[in-house]
Design a protein around this ligand. Structure first.
Ligand code: GTP
Ligand code: MG
Length: 621
């Protein structure tokens, strides 16, 4: 156990500023307005090699004009109590510039009752030499008063050093962020010939950012998943302000899975964000999307899909994040859907429906399709219908999370990738532009999360968005990647390689086939099977026979290349049918295609590759 230090005090004394200063990062929102922090915010901190957990709390006590019945204030005070309860040492923050006020005495009394060691931090001693101002706080009845300035970083070391001896002796090293090994740029990785073997998906607990408009039930979902009241829930939009990390683990047959759920502030239309606190809240939400492994976009079943939902979805897509769409408050909608379905069945029985009559949505599958159509640019994300209140389908949400997480670990062997790409290119050749045609040499996966593929081509500027979308769709059909964006990065072939055109015989220049390049002129190998000479023939077979990663990965494993991450089965994302798949309109969305594909491909595909393996060696894709 690393130990826990709680920062408490009346509102607006600088608790969050002190918290950020000790943690060394701007986590909590600091603003000169009382009651900004509501939830309990925790962070792992380290001081002189000693790690501990630091908690920032909403202020204790009511300010003028506040009513104790206010649901948010009540909940915030409860959160402070929990923090006090679980801490080994408490830092009571007071304002040295204002001196002791009655509310400080109230808070002090409460802390004395807890029996925990308390250190008084007399904050806002901004100029050294004014420490004497802090002396009057001795009257609060605690042994130690530390004059500090959180903003100017004065006196912090003495304060923390005095707190550390109260923590349990055993300490854990500070948790790794998991980002250290992530390659910074695609280029960097591509140059590294061993890159494919080093690819690594998200490590450490998976970070799930729960985002959406205000009041859609983000905090409720977190509380329901963790069976706790960890974050504050209220009917007042804008309840959550800071991004709150909530650790969470699930036991499955496969073992224990650790997550960090990040509760975020609801995002309103930018032009309505007139208040500074809300501005910072939204910024924290965007930061949470950036640092998440998977983003869960929550929408309100009752409110349909609004422009604002689309804007938030845009942020997710821009940041290339894996995503799951959750339609929450389904309990409020369920009844009317049931009625519609009954009417539909009745009409069908009476054969009343005429051809061409618009069908009403009455199943979750149809609703899922509608949602994905509306959020077409996010159509790679499975849609789950939940109720945080009744617990409806929260298990499915977890299953989807597990499944998408497994997709972020999927490494497609280069040979299989190239076969899939060849099939796709054979099936639909890139449209030639100004007499030049885009030619593909080979492809290799350079990143797992998000799945990123480097495609060596003759000229990257010929790779149109339209063709990228088509290829992305074909990759999705071949390898799944539900919930993940697929990135295709064209790269001109290495300069050491002579243009393939050079080897064209004059009579072939208009045709598809190329003369066989000389050995020395072939593209460099980036990995054993990725060499164009090893590419297998154009199968000329239907796209359905495109390889599935499972078979390839299994093959790689049997070659002794070590275990590869494989999908652990498909997520039951189509709500109406547990075994179903998410709906994704074919070809919709950037770099995304239909997620639907026949299940019987794998065997057929294996056969097709066995047959075609020796043909057309040395060809371009
Ligand atoms: N009927 C119903 N009500 C829900 C459900 N989920 C949340 N609510 C209610 O919706 C209101 C808002 O819930 P919160 O969890 O605070 O919503 P939030 O998205 O975190 O809101 P902000 O933090 O303000 O952005 C509360 O009154 C909840 O009780 C649900 O599944 N069904
Ligand atoms: Mg909330």
């Amino acid at each position: 156990m690393s130990g826990l230090i709680a920062i408490v005090g009346r509102p607006n004394v600088g608790k969050s500023a002190l918290f950020n200063r000790i943690v060394g990062r701007r986590i909590a929102i600091v603003h000169d307005q009382p009651g900004v922090t509501r939830d309990r915010i925790t962070a792992e901190a380290e001081w002189n090699g000693r790690s501990f957990t630091l908690v920032d709390t909403g202020g204790i006590g009511l300010l003028r004009g506040e009513k104790s019945g206010d649901v948010i204030i009540k909940a915030a005070v409860e959160q402070v109590d929990i923090a006090i309860e679980s801490a080994q040492v408490i830092i009571l923050v007071v304002n040295a510039q204002e001196g002791v006020v009655p509310l400080d005495r109230e808070v002090a009394q409460r802390l004395r009752a807890s029996g925990k060691p308390v250190l008084v931090a007399a904050n806002k001693v901004d100029t050294w030499g004014k420490e004497n101002e802090a002396n009057e706080f001795a009257s609060l009845g605690f042994d130690k008063v530390f004059p500090v300035s959180a903003i100017h970083s004065l006196g912090i070391d003495d304060l923390v050093k005095a707190a550390l001896p109260h923590l349990p002796v055993e300490s854990k090293p500070v948790a790794a962020t998991g980002d250290e090994t992530a390659p910074e740029t695609v280029e960097e990785t591509a140059e590294d010939k061993d890159a494919p073997r080093k690819l690594q998906g998200p490590v450490g607990p998976l970070k799930l950012a729960i985002v959406g408009r205000p009041n859609v039930g983000k905090s409720s979902i977190i509380n329901a998943l963790t069976h706790s009241s960890r974050v504050i829930v209220s009917p007042i939009p804008g309840t959550t302000r800071d991004a709150v990390d909530v650790p969470f683990s699930v036991e499955t047959e496969g073992g224990r899975q650790e997550y960090i759920l990040i509760d975020t502030a609801g995002m309103r239309k930018t032009r309505r964000v007139d208040d500074t606190v809300e501005f910072f809240s939204v910024q924290r939400t965007e930061d949470s999307i950036v640092r998440s492994d998977i983003t869960v976009l929550v929408i309100d079943a009752e409110m349909s899909i609004t422009e604002q939902d689309k804007k938030i979805a845009d942020v997710i897509v821009e940041n290339r994040k894996a995503c799951i769409v959750v339609v929450n408050k389904w309990d409020l909608y369920d009844e009317s859907v049931r009625k519609t379905r009954e009417e539909e069945i009745e009409r069908r029985d009476r054969k009343q429906r005429t051809e061409g009559q618009e069908k009403t949505m009455s199943t979750l599958v149809e609703f899922g399709a509608w949602v994905q159509k509306k959020l077409f640019f996010l159509d790679y994300a499975p849609v789950i219908f939940t109720s945080a209140t009744t617990g409806f389908h929260l298990d499915r949400l977890l299953e989807a999370v597990r499944y998408v997480a497994s997709q972020l670990q999927q490494k497609v062997p280069t040979s299989i990738l190239n076969r899939a790409l060849r099939t796709a290119v054979d099936q639909r050749q890139p449209v030639s532009e100004s007499g030049h045609r885009l030619k593909f040499y080979y492809a290799t996966q350079v990143r797992l999360a998000p799945p990123t593929f480097l495609l060596f081509v003759n000229r990257d500027e010929l790779f149109s968005d339209q063709y990228k979308k088509y290829l992305g769709g074909e990759m999705r059909k071949a390898f799944g990647y539900e919930g993940c964006p697929i990135l295709l990065v064209p790269k001109p072939r290495p300069k050491t390689i002579e243009p393939m055109r050079k080897f064209l015989k004059p009579d072939q220049s208009g045709g598809k086939r190329l003369g066989r390049p000389q050995r020395a002129t072939r593209p460099q190998r980036s990995q054993g099977s990725s060499h164009p000479a090893r590419l297998q023939s154009r199968s000329g077979r239907p796209q359905e026979r495109t390889p599935r990663p499972q078979s390839g990965a299994a093959r790689e494993e049997s070659r002794g290349r070590g275990p590869k991450a494989r999908p652990q089965g498909r997520a039951p994302v189509s709500q109406g049918h547990p075994q179903g798949r998410p709906f994704a309109p074919k070809g919709a969305g950037p770099g995304a295609g239909s997620t639907a594909r026949p299940r019987s491909f794998k065997k057929k595909h294996q056969r097709s590759h066995a047959r075609g393996s020796n043909r057309a060696k040395g060809r371009r894709l």
